[in-house]
Ligand binder design. Structure first.
Ligand code: ZN
Length: 69
């Protein structure tokens, strides 16, 4: 039985063609929802690189202080 940690997405940064949300747990993952040409899809990025895969990447906080003051 595997237990995956869920991300906790921060406030959305709404741009013209996409919305970015960064995980506040400190794992460095950014969830980007694209809105282009009437289509909508989600991609995940970490360290500026796209995370390949169909499923949401597991949340692995790298910093102990995941909480932002
Ligand atoms: Zn996370």
């Amino acid at each position: 039985m595997t237990q995956s940690l869920r991300h906790r997405w921060g406030d959305p940064n709404r741009l013209a063609q996409k919305t970015e949300r960064e995980c506040t747990r400190g794992c460095g993952t950014i969830k980007v929802t694209f809105h282009q040409g009437g289509r909508h899809w989600v991609e995940f990025f970490r360290d500026g690189e796209k995370i390949e895969g169909k499923h949401t990447p597991v949340c692995v906080p790298v910093a102990a202080e995941a909480e932002h003051a």
